[in-house]
Write a protein of this length. Structure first.
Length: 264
């Protein structure tokens, strides 16, 4: 079980799978490496995938300090790649992982081959925030109702119905996170603002978003595409926030095709 050490001494757990050129997969807010479990196999066949537990999640350290920020998470990614002996990699970040990927690509261009930004945002004040009705649904006191609201933001009703009584979803947050880490993740994602850094991204970039994403509104996709030099955009019709899982038959080949343009 490999651990890297962050600049502040926090232990950062990560895993390496597959074979081929390196591909870093970055998960969403308050989620561990398990976010990628349902789809990672589709990437392992072509790439050496690196997945990590953000500080505060999974097996990583959980400091109750002001060390949680999207630029800080990007520095944690650097520590993981250094420990794994990886100088350069493709990077695919979704949701908050996409916010972190923006900083990683802007601040460390020499380490990024190709970049995929999924269901993410440039952040306030230039991004499009979720509506008040979404915030109210997620913030309600009834935990079961709030969980159901989050599920319906992640997945379409039809797909959820086909899951039946399935209890395990890897996109709803790491159940083992302490409250202080959840608060700090929320604050880190909410304070993200990479608008001025986006033009510095030099890697070929693909922006992917579900057309029906209300959790992180799809209107953010064209904002990122216009701001990152040479970026291209693909919307997945009918998809919500977890497009990469529910629509994996579309999304995974789309991303693999884009990455393959840079050589295998």
């Amino acid at each position: 079980m490999p651990f890297a050490e962050a600049a502040d001494g926090t232990a950062l757990h990560y895993e390496v799978h597959g074979s081929g050129r390196p591909l870093v997969l970055l998960s969403g807010q308050s989620n561990s490496r398990r976010w990628w479990d349902p789809v990672r196999g589709g990437f392992d066949a072509a790439y050496t995938t690196v997945v990590l537990d953000w500080r505060g999640t999974g097996e990583s350290g959980r400091p109750d300090t002001d060390s949680y920020s999207t630029p800080g998470f990007a520095r944690d990614v650097v520590a993981v790649l250094d420990h794994a002996g990886i100088d350069r990699a493709h990077v695919y970040g979704t949701s908050m992982g996409g916010r972190v990927a923006q900083w990683f690509a802007a601040d460390h261009p020499e380490r990024v081959d190709r970049l995929v930004l999924g269901c993410t945002s440039p952040g306030a004040p230039h991004g499009v925030e979720r509506g008040p009705e979404v915030r109210a649904a997620l913030g309600q006191g009834d935990a079961a109702a709030a969980r159901r609201a989050l599920l319906e933001l992640m997945y379409t009703p039809g797909w959820l119905a086909r899951q039946g009584e399935r209890q395990v979803f890897h996109t709803l947050g790491d159940p083992g996170m302490p409250p202080h880490a959840r608060r700090r993740h929320l604050r880190a994602s909410a304070r993200h603002d990479a608008w001025d850094a986006l033009p510095r991204i030099a890697a070929p970039t693909l922006v992917v978003h579900g057309s029906d994403d209300a959790f992180n509104p799809a209107a953010n996709a064209p904002l990122l595409t216009e701001r990152v030099p040479g970026a291209r955009m693909r919307l997945i019709p009918g998809a919500r926030h977890a497009y990469f899982e529910e629509f994996a038959e579309v999304a995974t080949p789309l991303v693999l095709g884009f990455l393959a343009e840079g050589g295998s």
